[in-house]
Design a protein around this ligand. Structure first.
Ligand SMILES: NC(=O)C1=CN([C@@H]2O[C@H](COP(=O)(O)OP(=O)(O)OC[C@H]3O[C@@H](n4cnc5c(N)ncnc54)[C@H](O)[C@@H]3O)[C@@H](O)[C@H]2O)[C@@H](O)CC1
Ligand SMILES: [K+]
Length: 462
């Protein structure tokens, strides 16, 4: 699990080092890492360093001082001012200063631009002259290595603002929200996280990794039977949308449910013709999946209430999200996309997309359920306020039906005994990992059929 830290958490950790180990040269360590990665990304050719007025610029200048002895280095002081000791070191090592016109003019001959304009102290957006330079880097297709974060981003936020578009970003101690939240993350390129000796504490935002999914996967053991592995009751689909029933059953079966019972309104013959192991009708079960493909139904509230009365942990998807029963929904997992979450919270989809963490947290706090907010980045918020980001996957899964499969996967995991937040994290992650290992326009049911092989590979890698 990777901790994602806010700018404040990093600054506090830095301050702790300054207070307790005043001799430690954090900037020297950061600059050494920047120079090493610059050489690894482009081993030769001219490096142009765009330098801002603060410590981020200082990192760039001390990196320039390390690079200048073995390759041409140009410096552009993008805002006039620069870290004095850093500038002195870079110039002493042979770096040449250029002005704004010279910086843009030299781009055709540069193999790398190091963006050291602003970092943690960045106010969103760029001054006009820097924005022009950042756009010129994109037009000339110059490789950009950003120090800490692409200048112009807000370290703690998902918005892309006006910012550099980096091919590589080197950051220190831990990723910040802008490195993992879309669309800002797409401006960071490949992320290199470098340990510079900061002691950072776990916060309430983290990102799951493949190894977590492997570790948490409910692998059956010799004493397992269909009941101990978990029976999931699937109440999805309708006469209008029978496909949703097939998709959520596919998700539950391919995620390894001990048994799938189907109680929805889609024709049972259709379910049986595709999945003969599904049992039609009600009975003992450990979890339920509700809502995918219900469409407009006049009994949504009573079908959701049924799960509450039976104390059955539920995955609540799609139309069922608008019929949540009163009271705390402990152990439940809600799986809205941004539009659905907006409707639940009484705000717009755009607001949810701009503030995904806050909105997912608010819904979890308000309902007592865990909330899996689906989208390009998938967030699982717990009522405590802790948010885990699922393993990221390719955009191939962004198509109709993926959510129905995901609800089924999460239902199987919930039935196996995973707590709701973990079922959400593992479910969203396994779908992403499968899509990464099988890239291409697979239909959601085809992709779900490839999941068992990926689960076997993952869990055997332990
Ligand atoms: N404190 C330390 O010793 C360390 C700091 N580190 C580096 O220091 C950075 C943080 O340094 P700072 O706190 O000096 O902050 P920054 O260097 O990110 O930027 C601060 C300066 O940029 C200006 N600025 C910010 N956004 C602007 C905008 N949109 N338009 C115009 N001017 C803008 C501010 O007014 C301020 O003068 C980190 O990102 C990291 O790169 C690393 O060297 C590790 C150690
Ligand atoms: K930067």
């Amino acid at each position: 699990m990777r901790q994602i830290l806010s700018a404040k958490q990093i600054r506090d950790a830095e301050q702790h080092v300054f207070d307790t180990q005043p001799d430690v040269d954090l900037m020297g360590r950061a600059a050494a890492a920047v120079a090493r990665i610059a050489d690894a990304v482009t081993p030769e050719g001219t490096v142009l360093v765009a330098v801002g007025p603060g410590y981020n610029g200082g990192d760039g200048l001390f990196a320039a001082a390390r690079l200048a002895p073995h390759r041409p280095v140009l410096l552009w002081l993008a805002m006039g001012k620069a870290h004095e000791a850093g500038l002195e070191a870079a110039v002493r090592a042979g770096a040449q200063e250029v002005d704004a016109v010279g910086a843009i003019g030299s781009l055709v001959d540069c193999s790398l631009v190091i963006d050291a304009v602003t970092g943690l102290g960045s106010r969103p957006g760029l001054p006009a002259q820097v924005a022009t330079f950042a756009a010129a880097c994109e037009d000339e297709h110059v490789t950009v290595l950003s120090v800490d974060l692409p200048s112009g981003l807000d370290a703690d936020a998902a918005e892309p603002h006006e910012s550099f578009r980096a091919a590589h970003t080197v950051t220190f101690a831990a990723p910040k929200p802008c490195h993992v939240l879309q669309p800002a993350a797409s401006r960071c390129g490949r992320l290199h996280v470098v340990d510079i000796g900061l002691d950072v504490e776990a916060g309430n935002l983290r990102q799951a990794e493949e190894s977590d999914v492997a570790r948490w996967w409910p692998v059956p053991h010799e004493g397992s039977d269909k009941y101990s592995r978990g029976v999931v009751t699937v109440d999805t689909g309708s006469e209008t949308y029978p496909g949703a029933a097939l998709l959520s059953c596919a998700g539950a079966l391919h995620a390894g449910a001990g048994m799938v019972r189907y109680t929805g309104r889609a024709p049972s013959g259709l379910i049986m013709s595709r999945f003969p192991s599904v049992v039609i009708g009600d009975g003992r079960s450990e979890a339920t999946v509700l809502g995918s493909g219900w469409g407009d139904t006049d009994n949504a509230a009573s079908r959701v209430e049924w799960a509450k009365l039976h104390r059955l942990p539920a995955v609540v998807d799609a139309d069922a999200l608008y019929s949540l029963p009163n009271g705390r929904l402990e152990g439940w997992l809600l799986t809205p996309h941004a539009g659905e979450l907006g409707r639940i919270l009484g705000c717009t989809r755009a607001h949810v997309e701009a503030q995904p963490l806050e909105c997912a947290r608010e819904a979890a706090r308000h309902t007592g359920a865990s909330v899996l907010l689906k989208g390009a980045t998938q967030y699982i918020a717990e009522p405590s306020g802790r948010v885990t980001i699922a393993v990221a996957g390719p955009a191939w899964t962004a198509r109709a039906g993926s959510g129905d499969v995901l609800a089924g996967i999460c239902g199987a995991l919930l039935a196996s005994g995973l707590p709701a937040w973990k079922a959400g994290v593992v479910g969203a992650s396994i779908q992403a990992i499968t899509a990464t290992r099988h890239p291409g326009p697979y239909t959601p049911d085809d992709l779900s059929a490839r999941m068992p092989q990926v689960i076997a590979e993952l869990t055997s890698e332990l």
